[in-house]
Write a protein that binds this ligand. Structure first.
Ligand code: ADP
Ligand code: MG
Length: 334
């Protein structure tokens, strides 16, 4: 009799818990040239609103969509843009400055010449690269409220920060709606809301730049995990691999000794901008920038396969697969 009633009590408890646990709501979206996976534990409306937000942001920010804010500014050398596009552009310009121009939102004439937005991949000649480099200068972009003006021939591209910004926007939307647990996976850009529904941390895998496997994972909550690497988008010509991240000094795909850079921190747009910029800068300059600035941690994989993590990741980064027995160097500020 007692056993029967305790079994009933357990069953009742289980039913109550199941009733309380928020349900996983998911969506898969193809936008910004990326397969995106959204998971929120909460109302279905949260995921639907996030999907609409992604499409709205893409329509405003895409450099190729004919009627976007960015395409309009690029074709007429300036104009009025949406307040949110202006806010992102201002944040991006701060990151260009922070990285000494390794991130440069005016690198688009070169991105286009190499074929990365058109798909017509080619290696431009030295003269062409030299002429296009003259148009690259983020410091010449003027933004007053929502009015932008560009110097003659300059063109904007927010591709290096758009997904990080999108992740931040979705996370803010979900937090406002009371979502306690969510995972926003925008390709190499992951943003987390809270921890997992069971209260443990989210475990986010980091791609091995040399294979299809993961090289490790970080356990995080309320943080973004953003990776840039030469393996993500590239073409090959005459045995050389040319990647989609352009060094604004040389006008050529960046080649400073890094295979991938992962930036982990609370602000997705900062992580996204930095992952692109640090890839351009190379390992020593990347660590120097980390030492001089708070608010993020790094996982660097060099072209030779060496791994460096910054001290904030100690105990939170687990090497995996081919990296399990590798030496992992830990960088400290002190
Ligand atoms: P992805 O968008 O593929 O995840 P990134 O965040 O690293 O990768 O951004 C790369 C994109 O940013 C390129 O496709 C190009 O549009 C643009 N880009 C390339 N080099 C630079 C640079 N040095 N500064 C700013 N934007 C860049
Ligand atoms: Mg980026």
């Amino acid at each position: 009799m007692r056993r029967a009633s305790s079994a009933l009590l357990c069953l009742a408890l289980l039913l109550i818990l199941a009733g309380c646990a928020p349900q996983a709501r998911t969506a898969t979206v193809f936008a910004m040239d990326t397969v995106m996976e959204l998971t929120a534990y909460g109302d279905k409306a949260c995921v639907d609103e996030a999907v609409s937000l992604i499409h709205a942001l893409e329509a405003r920010l895409s450099v190729t969509a004919a009627d976007s804010d960015i395409a309009r500014v690029n074709s007429s050398g300036g104009g009025e843009i949406d307040p949110e596009t202006a806010a992102l552009l201002k944040r991006a310009l701060e990151l260009c400055k922070l990285t000494g121009g390794a991130l440069d939102v005016t690198v688009y004439p070169l991105v286009r010449a190499w074929g990365f937005t058109t798909g017509a991949y080619r290696v431009p000649g030295d003269d062409e690269i030299g002429a296009l480099l003259e148009k690259v200068d983020y410091a010449a972009v003027r933004v007053e409220e929502t009015a932008v003006s560009l110097p003659a021939g300059a063109m904007l591209d927010l591709g290096a920060v758009a997904k990080g910004w999108t992740g931040d926007e979705i996370a803010a939307l979900w937090r406002e709606a009371g979502v306690k647990s969510g995972l926003i996976n925008l390709g190499g850009n992951v943003q987390t809301v809270g921890g997992k529904p069971d209260g443990s941390d989210w475990v986010v895998g980091i791609r091995d730049p040399f294979s299809e496997d993961v090289m490790g994972a970080v356990s995080v909550r309320d943080l973004a995990v953003v990776t840039s690497g030469g393996y993500q988008r590239y073409f090959e010509q005459d045995g050389v691999r040319w990647c989609h991240i352009i060094d604004p000094v040389t006008g050529r795909p960046a080649d400073k000794g890094l295979a991938s850079v992962t930036v982990i921190g609370p602000e997705g747009v900062l992580c996204d901008g930095l992952s692109t910029a640090l890839y351009v800068m190379g390992p020593e300059a990347a660590v120097r920038l980390w030492r001089e600035n708070a608010g993020f941690d790094l996982v660097l994989v060099t072209a030779g396969g060496e791994v460096t993590v910054t001290e904030g990741l100690e105990g939170r980064f687990t090497p995996m697969g081919a990296y399990t027995d590798k030496e992992i160097k830990v960088m400290r500020r002190g």
